[in-house]
Write a protein that binds this ligand. Sequence first.
Ligand code: SF4
Length: 731
Amino acid sequence: MSELKSKPASKPASKLGNSGDVFYRSVFTDSGLAPREAQLSMMACIDQALENNSIAVIEGGTGVGKTFAYLLPVLTLLSQEENLNLRVVIATATVTLQEQILKKDLPEILTMFRKSLGEKNPENNLDNNFPNISIEIAKGRGRYVCPQRLYGFHGSQQGDLSLYGIGEEESENNFKNKKNSKNNAQDSEIIDELQEKLSLGAWSGDRDELDQIIPQSLWSGLIAETSTCSNRRCSYFSECPYFKVKKNLSKAKLIITNHDLLLSDLALGSGVLLPELANTIYIIDEAHHFPQKTLGQFESETLLLGSKLWLRSLETYLPKWQQELKSSAGKLAECQKNIENLKINLDLLYQELEKFWGNSEEYFLFENMMGDSGEDLREKIILVLKNSQSIGAYLSEFHGELVQTQDKEIADFEKVVGLLGILIKKNYSLSRTLEMFLIPDQEPIAKWMTFNQELSVKKQDFILHAAWMTASELLKQFFWGKIKRPVILCSATLRTLGSFESYLKKAGLEADPRVSSQFFISPFNYQESFLNIPNMKNIPEGAESEKYVQEVIENIKNIINKNIENNKNIGGVLVLFASQKLLQEVLNNLEDAQKKFVLYQGQESKMALLSKHHENINKNIPSILFGLQSFSEGVDLPGKYCTHVVIVKLPFAPPTSPIERAYQKWLVTQNKNPFREHTLPEASLKLTQAVGRLIRRDGDVGEVTILDHRMMRKFYGKMLIKSLPNFKLNI
Ligand code: SF4
């Protein structure tokens, strides 16, 4: 079950003196639980990585019990006196898993751990902390309320950025939304309630602890973001939820965070919110998302003519602030000149971009920025960039002076810091995006522009976007090149087509000598369940595409009818579609008698749909869920809630998005085959995730039906089947 450099399990460095296997077994048996063999093997593999200071890439199939498999070894390690300086950071892809680890898995495992050490009534000690191991959860600033903004909300009538005089004309959605929420009585009620809860100590300020739903448009005007934060100078600093958490984090030994926060901490050089790299062991759970999350951290976009709006704010406020702060007038004059030039150069760049846009509809992809055809464009970009960089340098210096101010009276200090922060951020987005546009074509960076649809004809504008297409170099630079301690990357799906190769390449680990990769097969018995591949006449390609859709409709109708007829023993059906268009087409062609049992994505929130589905099945009412990609992962429908998974069309990503198109073209320039290198492995991963919705617990049985006969006709079909769990094949 292992590949590459795996070695036999060795003893963990446990102060308890037991071998790892014996000790871990005893933790389970002392609690009256039977340990799972695959889980014990995974623990041995983690012990080995901890001992060898290596990077372990581990796939643990559904039911292996991955979370316990890493928690027990790291808790053992942290409980040892000689490891007092050691810290462990667990990073998940979602806040949901973060909460699950903190509220469910850790209390359970800590109780077991205490029991095995002879503690009496360990379940009564629910403080989530073990001697020597303090545990904290770390979320991004966006999850915490900023009391300064919350309490100032009514005073400003908006509680958002436009109280500073900018944003009124902003075209970006968030500003629009905030503006729409102005004078909204409902928002006002929510604010009153939040203010009361926070001041009475009934709420910590963490959004995830609230029962009520806060509209995102309102919440985004209340968050503790860096750009509007005056830090120690803020009158709410001592009671600020974010800074309280930050203080606790500095003492915590075990921190549960998410990929985004870990990555942004790494991008800032590490040690900003999370512990510094030197003494930290990292566990990256849901690691299949890690490369993609990395890309998200390094994306950049900017409005072009829209930049003039915040430049106008700069022109208005800078002289006033400069006077109050008695800052250097000479530098201000230079900055003002740069602002003037920037406005002119933005117009010139806009005119140049219009030539490229031509008749484009959704977006325009820049493919040859460095060639002759891009010369004029590069020239205009450089002009804008130079102005923007000079303004950025001035603003940073000014910000530094402002926050150092101790004895000078600045009216509305907190507001000034907030506004300045926003202006710095906007200018940075402009210069960062343009810098990325000037990176040579051979680097894997997608550069494209969209037309801002939301603006009136008078204010039409381009948005420039730039994004890295592979995370490997970024991770090497920010993470792998700097770590000093072991890293564990784990997930239920890391291998594609039976190999770790594609994942290791995406993560930048393919040539790292510290890496070992292992997989542990799910303990579930898949041979009790079926994988059906009906003999369809048409495939979803070329001339057969239309007829394929008709065949899909007939197949799904039959599946629904069969489910309705089996009214004594109803089991849930999950139908996964590759596109909204196809989902809608099938839905439109169902008869009313069938449609009434269908719940489809988009009808209500995902949570509401799943809850209705549970209700129906509990009442023995047929329930067929139609979903897209987001239902292929993280949806847990054990037992009767899902006895049939139907996959309509293999999940090959269509090369329509700008990043996907750019990446495929870039792979060709690298003499690589985009289908074999990228499209097929990605589809294999998605297919495995989709199929994984069927068997969730020991004893689950059912069937998976793949409505795509390319599984039998194309060369890759066998490879895909081989990479799936060992179902009974029905073809
Ligand atoms: S310290 Fe910053 S985040 Fe906290 S209340 Fe003050 S301004 Fe808001």
